[in-house]
Design a protein around this ligand. Structure first.
Ligand SMILES: *[C@@H]1O[C@H](CO)[C@@H](O)[C@H](O)[C@H]1NC(C)=O
Ligand SMILES: *[C@@H]1O[C@H](CO)[C@@H](O)[C@H](O)[C@H]1NC(C)=O
Length: 240
């Protein structure tokens, strides 16, 4: 959330048109992406934000710079597309999940503002390639305990993209994912996590645990091809 104060409208009117254009130009236009749920975010112009400022979003896929053995070609150079749902909106975020679904392709987004009939110039994002840059979330963890063991069920994070039948496509469809499972017991200090499993299984069993002890499980997703780990899952605890 932004915590910008709204300038009184009159204060902006004393600026010339050119200054107003400049002062309302959106700043820090960035893609945020979690499991391919991709949104464009920005901040208001440096003059802070008047209440009536509205924003317009465009996006494009960047095909330029493809190389062939016989030289660089610029084919399919795409044009800017309006994002209809983010055309004249007061908020600072725009969902581009469906517009960026060719996940291997690089994209750009840009935003301009309008206030009192005056349009800023466009503010451009950096180049964003979903497959390379999306943040991959932790698996969903459930635990079932028996007397001396814990069964841990791991579920891959899901993308927002759907199969024909309507179920969401798991991230394992796009990457080779490895799960890392850690155990914490209440006899050890809180920060001490022991890696008990690393691999692709969806259900693992941790054996030879002590009755009466409370154990917690956390897990991470690791993406070998990108050498990146997710944040920890929420911890799931159980007393044997
Ligand atoms: C767990 O222990 C209880 C009591 O010792 C026993 O009756 C039960 O069969 C055990 N359950 C499992 C799944 O081993
Ligand atoms: C992306 O995530 C946001 C926040 O959780 C959610 O409101 C939005 O519906 C998601 N977009 C898609 C296309 O699933």
């Amino acid at each position: 959330m932004s915590c910008y104060h709204s300038l009184p409208f009159a204060a902006l009117l004393v600026l010339g048109n050119h200054d107003l254009q400049d002062s309302i130009k959106p700043q820090k236009v960035e893609f945020h992406s979690l499991n391919f749920n991709t949104t464009l975010h920005w901040q208001p112009g440096w003059a802070r934000e008047a209440r009536d400022t509205l924003y317009f979003v465009q996006y494009k896929v960047d095909f330029s710079g493809y190389c062939h053995s016989w030289g660089t070609v610029m084919y399919g150079q795409s044009t800017w597309q309006n994002k209809d749902e983010c055309w004249g909106i007061p908020s600072h975020v725009c969902d581009l999940t469906h517009e960026t679904s060719a996940i291997q392709e690089p994209y750009y987004g840009r935003v301009r503002a309008v206030l009192a009939g005056v349009y800023s110039s466009w503010s451009l994002s950096y180049r964003f390639t979903p497959w390379r840059e999306t943040v991959i979330g932790p698996p969903m963890v459930t635990v079932v305990h028996s007397n001396k063991s814990i069964a841990v069920k791991l579920q891959a994070p899901r993308s927002p993209y759907k199969r024909k039948r309507g179920s969401k496509i798991p991230m394992t469809n796009y990457y080779d994912l490895v799960y890392q499972v850690f155990i914490i017991n209440n006899l050890l200090d809180e920060q001490h996590r022991v890696l008990v499993y690393e691999g692709k299984d969806k259900v693992i069993k941790i054996q030879d645990l002590r009755p009466g002890v409370s154990y917690c499980i956390v897990a991470k997703t690791y993406v070998p091809v990108l050498d990146r780990s997710s944040a920890h899952s929420s911890r799931q605890c159980t007393v044997l």
